[in-house]
Design a protein. Structure first.
Length: 117
């Protein structure tokens, strides 16, 4: 089997680029934490009549995230939990991306080796 040229290696590196798991987890974590914080803040800043529930749907997150509620202290818990859940999801996405690309690259190289013989 012939050795791949520099151009072939550059092409394969561009097509099957590896995703940075730490960068992806931090980026998704920051976006998720800010999203949950801003959603809570928007609900708190709205003018709501007395006795009317504020953010009934978003308030259901307190069943899954201890300490979170639609309040200013709860929004800080939302920052923490948003980052935690978002970073885990981002890490899993990057890990899956890298794994599937390694499998695809391996299959491509095996096919090329079979065709070269």
């Amino acid at each position: 089997m012939a050795e791949p040229t520099k151009q072939d290696r550059a092409l394969l590196a561009a097509i099957f680029s590896k995703m940075d798991t730490v960068a992806m987890s931090v980026a998704v974590g920051v976006v998720a934490s800010l999203g949950l914080f801003i959603a809570t803040a928007i609900l708190l800043l709205q003018d709501v009549p007395t006795g009317f529930p504020i953010g009934a749907h978003l308030n259901l997150l307190q069943d899954y995230l201890p300490g979170y509620m639609v309040s200013w202290p709860g929004s800080l818990f939302g920052l923490f939990y948003g980052f935690l859940v978002g970073s885990v999801c981002g890490y899993l996405v990057a890990l899956t991306w890298n794994f599937t690309h390694y499998l695809a690259l391996g299959a491509l190289l095996m096919k090329a080796a079979v065709m070269a013989d």
